[in-house]
Design a protein around this ligand. Structure first.
Ligand code: NDP
Length: 403
């Protein structure tokens, strides 16, 4: 197919990360479909400059302003013509350049919120990987999309699977969206992570390296730890609540160690529609990039005959309490999901730094949730203030537990 008349102008936020680089890989396989406007990173100037040179990006944005000179040198070294920019405003500009039509939101953590929300406010096509921004600002994001007409396409593999299993007429902004399509519930699958079968007594001793060695997916370190605690699935429940308008009682989690069925939609006539594929983020990324068409993703094809058995079981919420914490935060609403996310980001960071044990992550999130009163959230400023307070509290708890 010739797409030369319709190359879409894209900004990739978090271009040096796992999702960001997979996005660039898919774009490289479909050069007639996309024109890269801006690529962003936090500190990694070397990879950012390399990608800018390869994709002929117009802007190279480093969010850590102290790295601007290093970025300029790296761009020169790689022969990239991109204009170097730095700092939080430059991150917003990467989305706001008038030519930008599509934004891949692949920054990790709450740091991705401001540019993600701006993309929704500007009515752009938002390819959403940065689940933390939906968890903490779901209402604001959906309201922004409702007002501006932005199209939010889920990149997270489970939500992308659900999106693919829903009818084309599904409108997430309709108040009865699932009911109108005859959907009873959504089942998110979870691999169970590297410690799926690890006895509870051994979980205290596991290392960051073991936690980051995911059996099926190759991901950034933060989401790898979230997968190991099952907090990732908890965040995904809240993400699904917002993206599909699902009530907490319409959302379930099933452990599926093979990561071949990426999620399922159950209809009131008894049908269950599942999306399958090899565990490779380039499939959901390519799906959103090409939507409503399809494009080549470079992904190994699924061979069910050699995949062997597919198994499913209920999650063990005693060994992995993070899942129930997320359910509770989703039910409470208001600022509770912000508390959950901020405490988790801090505890994961301290675990990755070797300061606290693995089991302490959920324990600290639980304590911070118990201690923090919920408040009404009306703006991004409300979110950031609540987020800062919770981070400070979570850091105190981590300091009290450090070994
Ligand atoms: P990575 O850690 O691999 O990459 C994160 C990216 O964000 C990098 O480009 C990094 O820049 C940039 N970044 C980090 N901190 C900041 C900051 N404070 N300000 C601005 N930019 C920052 O993450 P992943 O690609 O694994 O995940 C990205 C998002 O996608 C997460 O929200 C994750 O939950 C979600 N996701 C990831 C999946 C995966 O398979 N990896 C699957 C589904 C969802 P630098 O390199 O300079 O640090």
């Amino acid at each position: 197919m010739d797409h030369s008349q319709q190359r879409r102008a894209i900004t990739v936020l978090g271009a040096t990360g796992s999702v960001g680089e997979s996005t660039l890989d898919v774009i490289a396989r479909n050069p007639d479909r996309f024109e890269v406007i801006a690529l962003t990173a936090h500190r990694n100037v070397e990879d950012l400059a390399r990608h800018c040179a390869r994709f002929n990006a117009r802007y190279a944005v480093i969010s850590d302003a102290t790295r601007l000179e290093a970025l300029r040198s790296a761009l020169a070294h790689h022969g990239a013509t991109a204009e170097a920019q730095a700092g939080p405003q430059a991150l917003l500009d990467a989305v706001a350049h008038p030519e930008v039509q599509v934004v891949m939101s692949a920054i990790v953590g709450a740091a991705g919120l401001a540019p993600t929300l701006l993309a929704a406010e500007r009515g752009l096509t938002l390819l959403l990987a940065n689940k933390e921004s939906v968890v903490i600002a779901g209402q604001l994001l959906m309201d922004a999309a409702r007002t501006s007409g932005a199209k939010i396409l889920p990149v997270d593999s489970e939500h992308n699977a659900v999106f693919q299993a829903l009818p084309a007429r599904f409108d997430p902004l309709h108040p009865e969206a699932l009911a109108t399509c005859g959907v009873e519930k959504i089942i998110l699958t979870a691999s169970g992570g590297p410690f799926r079968d690890t006895p509870a007594a051994e979980l205290e001793k596991v290392t960051p390296e073991q936690a980051c060695a995911h059996p099926n997916w190759d991901m950034g370190r933060k989401i790898s730890v979230d997968s190991a605690t099952l907090m990732n699935k908890g965040l995904e429940l809240i993400e699904a609540h917002w993206l599909f308008g699902a009530r907490p009682d319409q959302l379930e989690v099933l452990i599926h160690p093979q990561s071949i069925v990426h999620s399922m939609v159950c209809y009131l006539d008894g049908s269950v529609l599942a999306q399958m594929g090899t565990p490779d983020m380039r499939t959901p990324i390519a799906h959103t990039l090409a939507w409503p068409d399809r494009c080549e993703a470079g992904v190994e094809r699924l061979d069910l005959a050699s995949a062997g058995q597919l198994s499913f079981s209920a999650p063990d919420t005693n060994r992995f309490p993070a899942l129930n914490l997320a359910y509770e935060a989703m039910k409470v609403g208001r600022s509770a999901p912000i508390t959950l996310n901020a405490a988790n980001e801090i505890a994961v960071e301290r675990f990755l730094q070797g300061a606290i044990g693995f089991n302490r992550i959920a324990a600290i999130v639980s304590r911070v949730l118990d201690e923090t009163p919920t408040e009404e959230i009306r703006s991004i400023e409300d979110i950031m203030q609540h987020d800062h307070r919770v981070r400070a509290r979570a850091l105190e708890h981590c300091a009290g537990e450090e070994r």
